[in-house]
Design a protein around this ligand. Structure first.
Ligand code: AHR
Length: 510
């Protein structure tokens, strides 16, 4: 098969917000305990944070980490996680039916974010709690000193405010599974009043209101319209979530699922425009896609874990997906979609980061290792910054069930205007190799800086603590530039990052 792609320096989609490469950590399973936090682990620092996990997370270059949930946040009391550890209460977590020891709270988590080079994106509890607790926490976290809550923070050991800028107004409030689930009207009113209170403290905060938990929700997309009708003037982003699965064992259909993601984003962009027009507003609201990933492999195991115990275990293994090679292709496809929609999607969070539906796994007392999906996220986060380019892709396609036609080749391109370099992210989602020519227009002379690829003969191949490099990137072969044309052949079911640089470019580390 053959394909042709036109890449033009003047065809811009948008400047990419670096927060497109955010992530998420919830008090769930082993994400915190024996994930990021394991006192006594050989690599742990004085506060019990695992150094091996910090190193792997830091390499992902994640600018924000959403915290503390997720479903967990909707019954969480933030006060439980501050102050002397020995006085922190153990609580029953109603979302995941486990016991939360509160050894880690905002102080420890913010320090951990600092260690990986990220900022906290904080979700307030609008399920079991409301405006008052949210504004108290804001005062605790961000006020310098001289008030009840800020002085308590100082007494608890943190003089400088946390300065959290990005706030989620609850989590998945459209979901009947959510503690304190609400109707769109009830939630919209509460979110609006909470947003006004938070803004009364600091107008510059960025606020995210809850959209749909997925595009199959019965309330979708009226939920977004109603919630934005209440909140348009006081929020900056509306959140969307989506999880992918190949339960049907239909690879062709599975690898076309980012087309559904694309339609979901376009539909909500339309709802945002509708409410903007209805309100005769000049302000923009963008999408925060603050939970996305593949999630289905661990379902049976999770049912056993949750049904099999009569108690309330503390940090049992939950949502411990074992990601295979086709999932890595899927993550590459999802990231390509976000790059192409970076004019409306400004924030996205890979859910999650450690142990729970995660690219990084840990063995208690043992090593930390990378899942297959670590790599496409690593490459996109590192090299997918700059301006997203609008491409013309002329590729063979195939019929992907009810999704319709899927182009065999999925491509995103990013231009780093500062260096002049161009990065191409390519997924061949078909079962045949594709010989591809890229016409590179308006960039001046470019040369090939690097070609990395993820390929594996077995779509179901996984990494594990015992074989952590079974699926890992390798140098690609055969890509060539002649004048303004780049040619490369992409193997069946493969992921590629091709970096092009201008003649005078200063090389960045790989
Ligand atoms: O990320 C796992 C869960 O998925 C989160 O707690 C919830 O928000 C979503 O349903």
């Amino acid at each position: 098969m053959q394909a042709k792609v036109t890449v033009h320096a003047g065809y811009l989609i948008s400047e990419i917000d670096p927060r497109l490469y955010g992530s998420f950590i919830e008090h769930l399973g082993r994400a915190i305990y024996t994930g990021v936090y394991e006192p006594g682990h050989p690599t742990a620092d004085a506060s019990g944070m695992r150094g091996d996990v910090v190193a792997l997370a830091r390499a992902l270059n994640v600018p924000i980490v959403r915290y503390p949930g997720g479903n967990f946040v909707s019954a969480y009391n933030w006060e439980d996680g501050v102050g002397p550890k020995e006085r922190r209460p153990s609580r029953l977590d109603l979302a995941w039916h486990t016991r939360e020891t509160n050894e880690v709270g905002i102080h420890e988590f913010a320090d951990w974010c600092g260690a990986i080079g990220a900022e906290v994106m904080y979700a307030v509890n609008l399920g079991s709690r409301g405006l008052n607790e949210a504004r108290n926490f804001l005062e605790y976290a961000n006020h310098p000193r001289g008030s009840y809550w800020s002085d308590l923070r100082i007494k608890n050991g943190r003089v400088e405010p946390f300065n959290i800028k990005l706030w989620c107004l609850g989590n998945e409030m459209d979901g009947p599974w959510q503690i304190g689930h609400k109707s769109a009207d009830d939630y919209g009113r509460l979110a609006c009043e909470t947003a006004k209170a938070l803004r009364a403290f600091d107008k510059s905060l960025e606020l995210v209101v809850c959209g749909s938990s997925n595009a199959k929700m019965p309330t979708y997309p009226q939920w977004e319209a109603t919630v934005l009708d209440h909140t348009y003037d006081v929020v900056d982003y509306i959140s969307l979530h989506m999880y992918f699965n190949n339960r049907a064992e239909d690879v062709a259909r599975y690898l076309a699922a980012n087309i559904e993601l694309d339609r979901y984003i376009q539909s909500i962009a339309g709802v945002i425009e509708f409410i903007k027009a209805k309100k005769h507003s000049h302000k923009n609201v963008y999408i925060s896609f603050d939970e996305w990933n593949v999630w289905y492999h661990s379902e049976e195991q999770d049912k056993k874990t949750l049904n099999g115990n009569n108690g309330w275990p503390s940090s049992p293994p939950l949502l411990e997906e074992s990601y295979n090679f086709e999932d890595a292709l899927q993550v590459g496809l999802i990231l390509n979609t976000f790059i192409r929609r970076s004019n409306v999607v400004k924030i996205a969070c890979l859910a999650q980061l450690v142990n729970v539906i995660a690219p990084i796994m840990t063995v208690p007392g043992g090593p930390a290792w990378r899942q297959t999906i670590y790599y496409p996220f690593f490459f996109a986060s590192r090299f997918g910054r700059g301006q997203a380019l609008d491409l013309r892709v002329d590729s063979p396609s195939y019929a992907a069930g009810e999704i319709g036609e899927a182009s065999c080749l999925d491509v995103a391109a990013v231009h780093d205007a500062a260096s002049g370099g161009v990065t191409l992210f390519v997924v061949n989602r078909s079962s045949e190799p594709i010989a591809t020519t890229f016409s590179l227009e308006g960039f001046g002379a470019l040369s090939l800086a690097d070609h990395q690829t993820l390929v594996h003969p077995d779509l179901k191949a996984v990494n594990s603590a015992e074989a952590p490099d079974n699926v890992a990137p390798k140098a690609g072969a055969g890509a060539q530039i002649r004048g303004d044309a780049l040619s490369a052949t992409f193997a069946a079911y493969s992921y590629h990052v091709i970096r092009l640089e201008t003649a005078n470019a200063v090389r960045r580390p790989k």
